[in-house]
Write a protein that binds this ligand. Sequence first.
Ligand code: K7E
Ligand code: CUA
Length: 701
Amino acid sequence: MNARFRFRIGSALAAMLLAGVAIEATTLTAEAQQEGRRRRRSDAQEAAPLELTPAQVAKLTEVANSRSLNMDDLLSAAKTFTPSGRHDEYVLFSSGGQSGQVFAFGVPSMRLLRSIAVFTPESWQGYGFGGDNDRVHEELMINGKPVLWGDTHHPGLSETGGEYDGQFLFISDKANARVGVIDLRDWETKQIVKNPLTISDHGGSFVTPNTEYIIEGGQYATVLGYGYAPIEDYQKSYRGMVTFWKFDRAKGRIDVSKSFAMELPPYWQDLSDAGKGASDGFIFMNSFNVEMATGGIEDGNPPFEAGASKRDMDYMHIIDWRKAEAAFGAGKVKMINGFPVIMLETSIADGFLHFTPEPKSPHGVDVTPNGQFMVVAGKLDPHVTVYSVAKVKKAIADKKYSGSDVYGVPILDFDSVMEAQVEVGLGPLHTQFDDKGYAYTSLFLDSAVARWTLGGEYEAKNPEQPWKLVTKTPVQYNIGHLAAAEGDSASPDGKYLISMAKWSVDRFLPTGPLLPQNFQLLDIGSTGTDMPVIYDMPVGVGEPHYCQMIKADKLKTWTVYPEIGWNAHEQRMDPKAPKSGSEGVTRDGTNVLVNMTAIRSHFKPEHVEVNEGDTITWRITSTETAIDATHGFCIGGYNINLSLEPSEFVEFTFVADRAGTYPFYCTEFCSALHLEMAGYLHVKPKGLTAAPALDSVQAGK
Ligand code: K7E
Ligand code: CUA
C-alpha cells in the first residue's frame, strides 16, 4: 500500500467505506489536508531553542558511538537533516545527463523532489504516452526521425536584473543541439527547439540578465545547416556558431522568428556565460582546438586529444550581443537552413566579435556576480585566468590588438585585458561565487574544490589578500561542475555548494559495474579554511553535468491548475475540455469522440464502444480541485498512459486497430476506491453483426 493510500484512509473513512457510503471528493480532501497539517511541525516547535540535558547528551553520544560517528559527522547531520514535514530552503535543478531529464532536489536535505521529463518520454508524467499525435513525439522529431533521448548538460534559470526569478528553466541537449523550456509554475516542459544549424551543442543554456535571450553555443564544428563537406575542407567549410534564442516571457516560449545565430570560426566553442552589471551586453565563450586539428589516428594523424592541445593559447570569444541584435535587425544575415545567421565578415566589420588568448584548452568561463571579471579555467593549466571587463572595453575602444586569427577576427592583447592569474591546482574546470568575495573552482584532477579570493570591489569583503588560494576541500572523486546557492546570480547567498563528482568509486554500496555519480554538499557559510563536505548523495540516473540552486521561496508553484479544464501545454482553460454532465461517446463516420471526466473514484463514461479501425479522439478532464488528487489513465496494449493533475484537461488520439476488450484504469493510487477507477474500451471486430459464441472468441476466430 503506498503512502497516498494510507494517508487518506482515516478511520472515519474506513467506517464510511464499510457502510457503503458514497465518498465525496470534498470529504477526502478535508480529511487529507487536516492530516497533512497535523504532520507538519508547528512554527512554535521550530522556533523553540534547544538546550541539551545531560541525559540527552548521553543518549546522543551513545547513538554516535554505536554508529561510529564523530563530532563532525554529528554536525553535518544537524546541518542537513530536515525533519519530516519541514521544507528545504533551496531547490537544486539538475541536469539529468543521458537520461534526458531534469531532476529537482531539496537542499540541504538532498532529497529528490521530482524529475521533469524533457527529451525522453517518461510514463509517470504521461510524457510522450499520449497516443499517435502526441506533441511530445512531434517535438522530439529530428529530420523525420524520433530522437527519444537527450544528453542534458546545462540548466539555466530565467533571470530578471541578473537574479533568478523562478519563472522558467532552460536545459540544453548536447547530443542533438536542442533547448527545452520548462515553466516553473507547473514544472512541465512546454517547448523544445532544435537548432537548425548544428547537430550538437555545448555552451548552453545561459541567459542574458533579463532573459532577453537564451544562449546556445556549439561545440564540434560542422557544416552549418547539416551540410556535408569532406574533412579535408575543414578550415574552408566547417564552422562554429552561437545561437541567440529570443525568449517571449509573456508566452513562456522561445520565439524562433526573432532568434538568430552568429557564424564563428571552426574552433570548438565551449562553455559560455553572459555578462551582467559591469559586463552587461557581452557574452563570453571559450573555445579549444584553435589548432583546427581534424584527427584521424587511422590515417597517421595525431588524435584529437593531441592535435587539439598543441598550442599554448586558445581564444575566448567576446561578443557584444546588443550590436549583434542590431545587425540581425538590419537584415545583415544569410539564411542557412531557413535560419538567419550573421556571417563572420559582418561581425568583424561591425566590431562585435573579438577574441583574446586564454591558456590552453579552457573549459569554463564564469562572470563574477558584479560582472567585473571573467574567470577562465584551463584544464591543462593549474591557474585560473581572470579578465577585467573594464580592460576589455578599453582594449576594444583603443583597438589594442595583438593580431587577428586566420578568419580576420581581431585578437585583444592578452596583457591588456588580463587582471590576474591564480594558481588553484590541477585540472580547474568551473567557477562559482559566494557573498563573501570568494570564488570556488572545481579541480578535476586534484578532486578538490578550491576557494580563492577575488579582487576589485570584492577586496574589502574577506580578510585575505586578493587573488589568492585560501583553501581546498577534497571531494570524491573527479569533480566537473559545482553549483553554489544562487551562485550564477548577481547576489549569491554563500551558504551551500554542490560538488558534482564524476565517479563515486567507493562512496556507496556497489551497484554493478555502472556506478552512480555523487553529489556532495559543502557548507561554504564560513570564511577561511572551514569548508567541510556535509552530505553525499548518489545520483543513479545519468551524469548530471550542471545544476543551479535557487531559493525555494522564489518559486511560485501551482499545486492545482487555476481552472477546471486546464490545458497544461497552452497554460489556459481549454474550451474543448469535457465538462461534468457533457460526457459521452459520439461518432462521425469512423471518427469517434470520447468526452470523459475523472474524479475520485470513477471515469465517466465507464464503457466506450468502438469499431475496429475507428480513429478515436479521447478527451478527459479531471474535475478535481484538491491538491494531490492526481489520477492516471492508461490503456494497456495501446501504449497510452497519462497523468491527470487536478483540473487538467488532456486529449489524445489513436486508431483502434486491434479488436478486443481493453480495460482502462487509473494508474495513480488516488483513493480508497482507486482500484475501482476503471472501465472498458470495447473494440468490436470488423464485420461483426451479432455477439460471437464464446469458444470462437477464445479461439481467436
Ligand atoms: Cu564541464 Cu558539459 Cu559543463 Cu560536463 S561540461 S563537467
Ligand atoms: Cu484515480 Cu486511482
